[in-house]
Design a protein around this ligand. Structure first.
Ligand code: PLP
Length: 387
C-alpha cells in the first residue's frame, strides 16, 4: 500500500518518472537507487518483525520500482514480474474453474495462447468480444462473469475500448476490470482513474524502453486484490530480479521524454503512410479518421507510438519488412529503435489462421513501433521499404 503522505503525490508525471517513489535511497542518499543484489536478509532476532526476509517475496530495488509504477498508474500497490506474460498469468490466477471472462477478441498472441493452453483447460470460460463495441461487452456478460480483460489500444488492430463505460459494466456485475496499458503507458492513459480495478503492463516495452530487459507489472487499487496479488507473486515465484528492476527504473526516468517523441514521430509517420500509394489502410489511434478517435481524445492525453497498416499488394510485404537500413524487422515494441513486425508469423502466430483472419490479422498486415530517432530518417527508410 502506497503511503499517501509521500511527497511525490502532488507532483506532475514528468517529475514523478524522474524521481520514482522514494526519490533516492533512504539509507545512503544514493541518487541512483541501489541494486540490492541479495537473496536473503540478516534477521536481528527470533520473532523480530523485519520488512525484508527473502528476495523471491520482497526486495528493496523491486519494491522501489513497484511503488513507482503504482504511483504513476494511480493505484494503491504495484507488483513487478519477470515478464508481461507472467503479469497476465498472475491476473488470471485470481480466477477459478467455472469463472467467466469477457475478453478482447484482439489481444497479444502470447496472452491468447495462455488463455487457450493454460486457463481454458483449467476450466476458466472466455467470451471474446470487440471491446471497441461497448454494447457487445455488455451483451457478453453473464451471471458467472468475474473479469473483463482488455487491451486498449488493442494489439495489433488498435481498437479502443471506452474504459469508463466498460468500468460501469464491470461494477454492475461485480467483475474485475483488467486493462493492459502497455501501448500507452500511464504517461498517456490511466485506466484506474477511468474505473479499472487492475492494470497490466509488459514492462518490456515502453516502460523499460531500451530493448534490454523483459518485465511485467500488475497495479491494483484495492486492499483485497493487493493481498491476493502479493500471495500470487510470492507463491508462484514470478517476481522481477533486482538488476532487471533497476534497468526498468532507469528506463522510466526518461518515459515522459520518450513518450512525447514516440507520439510526435508516430503522427508524422501515420500521415506519411496514409498518403502512400502502396498502403491500403492505416490503424493509428491518433488519426482523426480512426472510428474511436473521440474516445481516445476523451480518455487519454496522447496517442502513443504504435501503428498498424495493410499493404495493397501482398508481394510487397517482404521488402516492407526487411528492406530497411535503419528500421529493423523484429518482434517487440516500445523501445528507442523503430521496429517493424509481421503479426501473422511473429507476435500473433499462435492464434489460429481463421481467428486471425476474422480479427483482421491478414497476410498484408504490418505493425510498426515508431522509435525516437529523427522522423525524417524513419520516413526515408519507410519510403525505401515501400517502394
Ligand atoms: C500488449 C501486450 N501485453 C503483454 C505482452 C507480453 O509481454 P512480455 O513479452 O513482456 O511477456 C505483450 C508482448 O508483446 C504485449 O504486446
Amino acid at each position: 500500500m502506497l503511503d499517501k503522505t509521500n511527497k511525490q503525490f502532488g507532483r506532475k508525471p514528468d517529475s514523478v518518472v524522474v524521481h520514482g517513489y522514494e526519490g533516492c535511497d533512504p539509507l545512503t542518499g544514493a541518487v541512483s537507487y541501489p541494486i540490492y543484489q541479495t537473496t536473503t536478509y540478516r534477521n536481528p532476532g527470533l520473532g523480530s518483525d523485519i520488512r525484508f526476509s527473502y528476495s523471491r517475496c520482497d526486495n528493496p530495488t523491486r519494491l522501489e520500482l513497484e511503488n513507482t509504477v503504482a504511483l504513476l498508474e494511480g493505484g494503491t500497490a504495484g507488483f513487478a514480474f519477470a515478464s508481461g506474460l507472467a503479469a497476465v498469468a498472475a491476473t488470471f490466477s485470481l480466477l477459478k474453474s467455472g469463472d467467466h471472462v469477457v475478453i478482447s477478441d484482439d489481444i497479444y498472441g502470447g496472452a491468447y495462447r495462455q488463455m487457450e493452453e493454460i486457463w481454458k483447460p483449467l476450466g476458466v470460460l472466455f467470451t471474446p468480444v470487440d471491446v471497441g463495441d461497448t454494447a457487445a461487452v455488455r451483451a457478453a456478460v453473464c451471471a458467472d462473469t468475474r473479469m473483463i480483460y482488455l487491451e486498449s489500444p488493442t494489439n495489433p488492430m488498435m481498437k479502443v475500448a471506452d474504459i469508463a463505460e466498460i468500468a460501469k459494466i464491470s461494477r454492475d456485475c461485480g467483475a474485475i476490470l483488467a486493462v493492459d496499458n502497455t501501448f500507452l503507458t500511464p504517461y498517456f492513459q490511466k485506466p484506474i482513474a477511468l474505473g479499472a480495478d487492475l492494470v497490466i503492463h509488459s514492462g518490456t516495452k515502453f516502460l523499460a524502453g531500451h530493448h534490454d530487459t523483459t518485465a511485467g507489472f500488475v497495479v491494483v487499487n484495492d486492499e483485497k486484490l493487493e493481498e491476493r496479488m502479493r500471495l500470487i507473486l510470492r507463491t508462484e515465484g514470478s517476481g522481477l530480479s533486482p538488476f532487471d528492476s533497476w534497468l526498468v527504473m532507469r528506463g522510466i526516468k526518461t518515459l515522459a521524454l520518450r513518450m512525447k517523441r514516440h507520439e510526435e514521430n508516430a503522427v508524422k509517420v501515420a500521415d506519411f503512410l496514409k498518403t502512400h500509394k502502396a498502403v491500403e489502410k492505416v490503424y493509428f489511434v491518433g488519426d482523426p479518421d480512426h472510428p474511436s478517435y473521440e474516445v481516445t481524445k476523451k480518455q487519454t492525453t496522447g496517442f502513443g507510438g504504435m501503428i498498424s497498416f495493410t499493404l495493397k499488394d501482398e508481394s510487397k510485404v517482404e521488402k516492407a519488412l526487411c528492406g530497411g537500413d535503419m528500421i529493423m524487422f523484429a518482434e517487440s515494441l516500445g523501445g528507442t529503435a523503430t521496429l517493424i513486425t509481421y503479426p501473422q508469423t511473429q507476435t500473433h502466430a499462435s492464434i489460429p489462421a481463421e481467428v486471425r483472419q476474422k480479427i483482421g490479422i491478414t497476410s498484408k498486415l504490418i505493425r510498426l513501433s515508431v522509435g525516437i530517432e529523427d522522423a525524417e530518417d524513419i520516413i526515408a527508410d519507410l519510403e525505401k521499404m515501400l517502394s
